[in-house]
Write a protein that binds this ligand. Sequence first.
Ligand SMILES: Nc1ncnc2c1ncn2[C@@H]1O[C@H](COP(=O)(O)OP(=O)(O)O)[C@@H](O)[C@H]1O
Ligand SMILES: [Mg+2]
Length: 255
Amino acid sequence: MTQVTTRRGEVAVRNLSKSFALNGQRLNVLRDLDLDIRGSEALAIVGPSGCGKTTLLRVLAGLEAPDAGEVRIDDAPVQGIGAERAIIFQEPRLLPWLTVLGNVAFGLQVRGIAAAEAEARARQYIRLVGLTEFETAYPRQLSGGMAQRVGIARALTVQPEILLLDEPLGALDAMTKLTMQEELARIWRDEGVTLVLVTHDLEEAIFLADRVLVLPKEKGATPRLIDIDLPRPRDRSEARFVEMRRRLMAEFGLH
Ligand SMILES: Nc1ncnc2c1ncn2[C@@H]1O[C@H](COP(=O)(O)OP(=O)(O)O)[C@@H](O)[C@H]1O
Ligand SMILES: [Mg+2]
């Protein structure tokens, strides 16, 4: 018998279908989707609004059960949420009565880790996202970008193998967004996590991802996987980057 070695953070999606009931009708959102995400890969998921990006991410997170098919992580079937996956939404949803340190340590404390150790580990990730000076600040004292950094630190503190992000930078201003994209690229490289990033920003997808999954809006159309074969760190103004953006836009009939 051959032994297949699985790396940590590998995701296999097999024959996945998901529909919703809408006005007494069935709305097929995902149909027979097959996808392999490699351990430590950065995969971006793009597509028009309503094509099922969030639905796919929620199924990967275990927040939503598929109608058919399955998701396997490191060769074990996904049943509900799990400690090896963390999800980050557009809004960080911080607890307003806790400081930055308290918010980041919270996830560890609810898992039964003693306060002192939880805080020590939290500090490490607060440093990683560049917020050491704001440890004692409360959420209302933070800018949008800083709050989202706290959310990222909180997710990383529990040391997930897979980080699922649903338009995490979508609510930020253009400048902050660029800085945060660079930070995400660095964090992904340093932490070795598998990154699954839903975004409607094609440039963000090219900047961060090894591969981009393009989900079509039309029913019956097949999703496409595009390799982003560009050296890192990536340069948005480099000719090959610009060419890749043109190719990806063409997928949507844009230019
Ligand atoms: N809980 C739900 N009940 C009914 N319809 C839903 C539900 N969640 C999503 N949908 C529908 O599924 C489609 C895909 O939604 P979503 O995955 O949120 O798209 P995206 O994130 O790509 O914009 C949309 O048409 C949406 O209205
Ligand atoms: Mg969405």
